[in-house]
Write a protein that binds this ligand. Structure first.
Ligand code: SF4
Length: 408
């Protein structure tokens, strides 16, 4: 056990996050940004989130992107402020909030049409066929009141076998018609395999994958990142907080938070910083459902202080200690040990939405997409072999049964 972890686990003298320290940090963030609605702050020059090249596409994007689960009438205000702070990369999907997310962005463009050109707009299709992708794309264009998408994703690719020649031909056709500028995919499961395959194809412009302080240290992920970067593929990190399907012990979490708060930022901001340390991450896509969250993330993006080696190590040790709380999405490993079609990796992700994100609607909606016959087989399945193979030592059987109760 190295010093960082020793302190994290056994240093009983550590002070938990005090209200005073929190307020100091929050005030610091506000003074960096200029508080919205405050005339004194409004007179100051606005700080803008820095940009990075999106692979070799020739397009620069802000290092922080707006993950769009928009659903309230305040969405337009939130998006307006995001633009003012330079958060001009917006990510949505045709399924988010039952379509309300895309409609929320459409409302914004209706009110501020001149801003469309400033926004790097990303949306996704969950369709398995190119016919379905065409239908989804046309609906997205209509909902968002635009005639082009900057980057169009196949949603949630989990195997390189999904990267087929007909998808390539479809992407080229849509580019020629001017409906999309770039094409790629998002991936939550078997990310490294999908990324490696994409790096050799020549027709994938961008990938959004799960990437955080828990996933960044493996040889497979490092190699996949390097190969994609050499192939000129733009990379966006998502799920960057590393929250899992089990709520990590609150005492360990509070101690970690205290460590970073003493340095003037939160553990959530530190986790973002750890991701930005990789130069080939063009942007972090994260959900910012309110002004407080937007402000905290923008403050992290503007703060140039790098994490020290000790702080990076602290996160790494924390990841090890809480390993069995986090599914890394390597579903080819566990799913090959159970009856075919039981989507363990997806179920772990739905639990994560419910328990780490507090988004029960998204969790339940996702869970309900699993066909009824598969859900009924999940209950009686023996998961012993899957658990033995799981590199994260996850209690798969218990969690699958809990998911059936909570989300079924
Ligand atoms: S449950 Fe374990 S083996 Fe299955 S995807 Fe998650 S981490 Fe990988």
């Amino acid at each position: 056990m190295d010093n960082g972890m020793k302190e994290l686990i056994i240093d009983e003298t550590i002070h938990y996050v005090s209200r005073r320290t929190f307020l100091k940090t929050a005030v610091g963030a506000a003074s960096i940004l200029g508080a919205p609605g405050n005339p004194a702050m409004a007179a100051q020059p606005q700080a803008i989130v820095p940009t990075r090249p999106f692979g070799k596409t020739g397009i620069d994007v802000p290092i922080l992107s707006f993950g769009g689960s928009l659903s309230t009438s305040l969405s337009t205000l939130l998006l307006r402020q995001a633009v003012k702070w330079g958060v001009t990369y917006w990510d949505t999907a045709n399924t988010y909030m039952g379509g309300r997310s895309e409609k929320g962005m459409g409302k914004y463009f209706e009110k501020y049409p001149a801003d469309r050109k400033r926004i790097f707009l990303v949306t996704k299709s969950h369709a398995w066929t190119t016919e379905g992708m065409s239908e989804d794309l046309n609906l997205s264009l209509e909902r968002m009141q635009t005639d082009y998408i900057d980057l169009y994703f196949m949603h949630s690719v989990s195997s390189s076998s999904e990267l087929t020649a007909d998808k390539k031909a479809w992407a080229e056709k849509m580019k020629t018609e001017g409906k999309i500028r770039l094409f790629g995919f998002s991936t939550h499961s078997n990310m490294e395999e999908c990324m490696l395959a994409a790096s050799g194809l020549g027709w994938i412009d961008g990938i959004m994958m799960r990437y955080n302080y828990r996933l960044m240290h493996t040889d497979d992920m490092r190699s996949a990142m390097d190969k994609c970067a050499r192939a000129g593929i733009g990379l966006t990190a998502m799920k960057s907080q590393g929250g899992g399907q089990v709520k990590t012990d609150s005492e360990i979490e509070l101690k970690l938070a205290g460590r970073f708060m003493n340095k003037g930022f939160t553990d959530a901001q530190a986790k973002l910083k750890a991701v930005w340390e990789h130069p080939n991450i063009a942007s972090i896509c994260t959900e910012m459902p309110n002004m407080t969250q937007l402000m905290a993330n923008v403050a992290a993006a503007l703060n140039r202080r790098k994490l020290s080696a000790r702080e990076v190590n602290l996160l790494r040790q924390y990841a090890r200690e809480t390993r069995s709380d986090y599914c890394t999405g390597c579903s080819a490993i566990c799913e090959s040990a159970v009856d075919s079609d039981i989507p363990i990796g997806d179920v772990m992700r739905y639990l994560m939405y419910a328990r780490s994100y507090g988004d029960r609607h998204r969790a339940k909606t996702g869970f309900q997409t699993i066909p009824a016959d598969i859900r009924s087989r999940m209950q009686g399945q023996n998961y012993n072999q899957a658990e033995q193979r799981c590199p994260q030592n996850i209690a798969i059987g218990s969690l699958m049964r809990e998911a059936l109760k909570e989300l079924g």
